[in-house]
Design a binder for this molecule. Structure first.
Ligand SMILES: *Cc1c(COP(=O)(O)O)cnc(C)c1O
Length: 355
């Protein structure tokens, strides 16, 4: 049976990227060697790294003055690297969920934190109309809240550098990179497999702190060495490159945004019309990437049943995060529209049986 993969991360990748990876593991570029057993300094791998970087620049329209790094350690290592490299005295953190809280917790070790959050339980609504202290070193935001299914759908205006955790919506919609100081994330949600972290960093922000920075945590070192200061995650970078090639061939960011909007609107429409289900996020803050919903109060005891029912129809990975409960359908770039339709069909069939 065809599987419809709604996993939140690691998550669905374009089939072609997986097939090319399988091939590169067996015989990379016709070298008679696996990509797993060659030097990261070989011409063949340097070409991969170069192409992955170029595709980021091209797809997102990254202007000059920025560097694209591919590092290890996940988005979580960036939670510490950011304040280590940028914080002199204080920073603003917009707290929109578990990941933002994690970033804030690390930053507290480096200085004063000015926290902004909305006064609603369980992060269902994004804060609005807040003032950003112009004397702080930077403001940290999370563009898409993977657990709660909320998303900032436009770039924010700020008098100080904006640092964005874009782990779960990078390359899903156009952004104006020039409005950001750093954009970073783990690749495993929307642009590759686990193991590689992308960091797009504006060079002129660096070198301004007085304290020493351990070599491996210093962005300037990674820039100077072109992401090869230590051995980079070779295979994840390869799969990410193939994912970016797929995205470019599909028509790039404008096209994927259109497809993502279409997929999300099909599913949200069903959630709003189907008597069994209710969406959890504030409507205007709804994410196009992680669609969170629960069973209506009257049908609460049917939640487990629906997970099984959907699974029998090939829809996997829809169980919600434990902090929200219910269901979460992650509709990342690589998820085809037919998968969303399969889930909607399952929701309708289930409602016919139970409502
Ligand atoms: C998954 C996720 C993270 C954590 O990423 P790791 O690569 O596991 O460290 C951080 N931020 C957001 C928004 C995420 O969705």
């Amino acid at each position: 049976m065809k599987k419809h993969n709604f996993s939140a991360g690691p998550s669905i990748l374009p089939r072609v990227a997986i097939e090319k990876t399988a091939q590169a593991i067996l015989d990379f570029n016709g070298l008679g060697l696996s990509i797993l057993e060659i030097s990261h300094r070989s011409k063949d791998f340097e070409q991969v790294l170069h192409q992955a970087r170029q595709l980021f620049v091209e797809l997102l329209g990254i202007p000059s003055g920025y560097h694209v790094l591919f590092l290890g350690g996940g988005a979580r290592l960036q939670f510490a690297m950011i304040p280590f490299n940028l914080m002199k005295s204080k920073a603003v953190y917009v707290n929109t969920g578990v990941w933002a809280t994690g970033a804030l917790k690390e930053a507290k070790m480096f200085g004063e934190i000015l926290e902004i959050r909305s006064n609603v339980p369980n992060f269902t609504t994004l804060p609005t109309d807040y003032e950003i202290d112009p004397t702080a070193d930077y403001v940290h935001i999370t563009t898409n809240n993977t657990i709660y299914g909320t998303q900032l759908k436009k770039d924010i205006d700020s008098p100080i550098p904006v640092i964005a955790d874009a782990s779960s919506d990078i390359l899903s919609r156009p952004i104006d990179v020039s409005k950001y100081g750093i954009i970073y994330g783990g690749a495993q949600k929307n642009c590759g497999p686990a193991g590689v972290t992308f960091v797009i960093v504006r060079e002129d922000l660096l070198g301004k702190v007085d304290h020493k920075i351990p070599t491996m945590l210093d962005y300037r070192v990674h820039i100077e060495h072109g992401s090869m200061y230590n051995t980079p995650p070779v295979l994840p970078i390869y799969t990410m490159m193939e994912t970016l090639i797929w995205l470019k061939q599909l028509g790039g960011i404008q096209k994927i945004q259109q497809l993502n909007e279409e997929k999300a609107s099909i599913l949200y429409k069903e959630i709003d019309e189907n008597p069994l289900f209710v969406g959890t996020a504030n409507v205007i803050d709804r994410s196009l990437m992680n669609i969170c919903f629960v069973m209506d109060k009257k049908f609460k005891e049917l939640e487990e049943d629906f997970v099984i029912f959907a699974k029998e129809r090939g829809c996997v990975g829809i169980k919600g995060h434990k902090l929200v409960g219910g269901f979460r359908a992650s509709t990342y770039n690589a998820l085809p529209k037919e998968s969303v339709i399969a889930l909607v069909d399952a929701m309708r069939e289930f409602a016919k049986l139970k409502a």
